[in-house]
Design a protein around this ligand. Structure first.
Ligand SMILES: Cc1cc2nc3c(=O)[nH]c(=O)nc-3n(C[C@H](O)[C@H](O)[C@H](O)COP(=O)(O)OP(=O)(O)OC[C@H]3O[C@@H](n4cnc5c(N)ncnc54)[C@H](O)[C@@H]3O)c2cc1C
Length: 449
């Protein structure tokens, strides 16, 4: 066992941990980052694909307007980004029929369209009432936290087509079923990223821009100045503290410091032994923030052939498990279609063989874009529920009743232990930008303490 001493320890080298480290580095502080994986980035992971030579983000990939902190990093490191392709006809497949449309809302019968529009308007209005710092404090908090999104949809959306569209939208944003989250969490999350339309949108929305060299390249640039402070392959298993110090242990390191920032998903904090035990509210909170489940399935072609027939590459379909796709091709690069599989569909889909998954994705593409869909160069998919040090994605979601009973424990330090991670963000919670702001906030807490 090697013993190290420093002033501050950061656990987790995702965007949150690296943002916290950056602040401490700027303040000339001594710190060590302990990261379980053999790489930094966490839920961000850029991979090079064998046959096509393309790099793709199997984890987080898009950034959009008002995500000011990540845009600052983009400018600072001069990494190249490009707009996600958002031209031409989107496809909406519902009840065996295929229609094309433009914009965010699919074309459906006028009654369903009005039904959906009214529901979205109501949700957006309600979400504006959420106090992002303290969602539990508003007058309707208990009522809204006691209701799942499933019951809200059943009560408030009358037509089947509008309900199906709402479920697809919700699963795309939260990577879970409507029955798994409370109305209050849904409203908080929408307001945190402005509104539901912004979370679902491409141009001017959360899916606006992509990185030429991937999102891992950006975090690698940010971490470059203090890379010697990062210890990889160090799974933190134990944290003890008294008034003066903390001791953090992995299988091979024992690190002594004044304070620690834990920047890992809340659900994974349950794997760490704390001594003395955390407050009951904090440890019960960790039991109530399960990670969502999502898979990304990429198909790579010589070129984005669907564009010549006027298609945008965006498909919304009621046919499980492949509900939503995007065109992620780089300018003048190969053609890249990305399908998402989310919530219960992801848990089922990953249990098929790779060949079965590939066949399903290609046959869906063939059904919309014709036989050229068979001429792919690469297929790659990634299921995040299989990742030991993520436990799922995109983020940990508050289950019904949790915001109101446990929310105030989310960011509150426990002695010398401070908390970061995108789940603790008020602005763009669940996104890379939220991770950065959470890291900055936690670093400021310890610098000011
Ligand atoms: C498939 C997918 C698509 C997404 N799409 C987008 C997108 O397009 N845009 C967007 O903004 N966001 C997206 N997200 C969400 C985004 O990735 C996260 O919000 C963000 O990366 C979270 O950063 P973080 O630092 O809070 O947590 P993490 O990235 O999870 O970092 C936590 C780190 O802690 C490490 N760790 C865990 N346990 C331990 C331990 N015991 N000891 C030491 N280290 C430990 C982990 O290995 C990890 O490196 C997506 C996520 C996924 C997975």
């Amino acid at each position: 066992m090697k013993i190290l001493e420093t002033d501050f320890i950061i656990i987790g080298a995702g965007y949150a941990g690296i943002a916290a480290a950056s602040k401490l580095h700027q303040a000339n502080k001594n710190f060590i980052v302990l990261e379980a994986r053999d790489r930094i980035g966490g839920r961000v992971n850029t991979q090079k694909i064998e046959n096509s030579g393309e790099t793709i983000d199997v984890g987080a990939q898009w950034i959009g307007p008002t995500q000011n902190l990540i845009w600052e990093w983009v400018r600072k490191h001069q990494v190249e980004v490009f707009d996600c392709y958002d031209e031409g006809k989107n496809i909406y497949h519902y009840n065996g029929k295929t229609k094309t449309y433009k914009g965010t809302i699919p074309k459906m019968n006028p009654i369903a369209l009005i039904d959906l529009g009214i529901a979205m308007e109501r949700l957006n209005k309600m979400s504006k009432k959420i106090n992002l710092e303290a969602p539990w404090s508003i007058s309707d908090a208990e009522k809204w936290d006691g209701e799942t999104m499933e019951t809200w949809i059943n009560k408030n959306i009358k037509t089947k087509a509008a309900r199906v569209a709402m479920h697809i939208g919700l699963e795309t944003v939260f990577a879970c079923q409507a029955s798994e989250i409370s109305l209050l969490h849904f409203l908080f999350y929408c307001h945190s990223g402005k509104d539901l339309d912004t979370l679902l949108g491409v141009t001017n929305g959360a899916q606006q821009a992509l990185f030429i060299e991937g999102t891992q390249n950006l975090i690698t640039h940010e971490a470059h100045a203090f890379k010697e402070n990062i210890q990889l392959n160090q799974v933190v298993k134990y944290i003890s503290q008294d008034k003066e110090k903390v001791i953090v242990k992995t299988d091979s390191l024992e690190v002594y410091a004044r304070k620690v920032i834990v920047a890992i998903p809340p659900a994974l904090c349950q794997k760490i032994t704390f001594h003395p035990a955390l407050s009951q509210r904090k440890s019960q909170l960790f039991q109530r923030m399960p990670m969502g489940a999502a898979m990304k399935c990429f198909v790579i072609y010589d070129s984005p052939f669907w564009r010549k027939d006027g298609f945008s590459g965006q498909i919304v379909s009621d046919k499980a498990p492949l509900h939503v796709s995007f065109d992620c091709s780089k300018p003048n690069g190969k053609g890249i279609i990305l399908f998402f599989v989310e919530g219960k569909n992801a848990r089922d889909f990953i249990e098929l063989s790779l060949n079965e998954r590939k066949e399903k994705v290609i046959s869906i593409l063939q059904s919309f874009y014709g036989n050229e869909a068979f001429n792919f160069i690469d297929y790659i998919d990634k299921c995040w529920t299989e990742e030991e040090f993520s436990g799922g994605c995109y983020a940990g979601n508050f289950t019904p009743g949790s915001w109101t009973q446990f929310g105030k424990a989310l960011r509150t330090p426990e002695g010398n232990i401070h908390w970061a991670g995108t789940e603790t963000a008020t602005h763009w919670c669940g996104y890379m930008d939220g991770a950065i702001s959470s890291g900055y906030r936690a670093a400021e807490e310890i610098l000011n303490s």
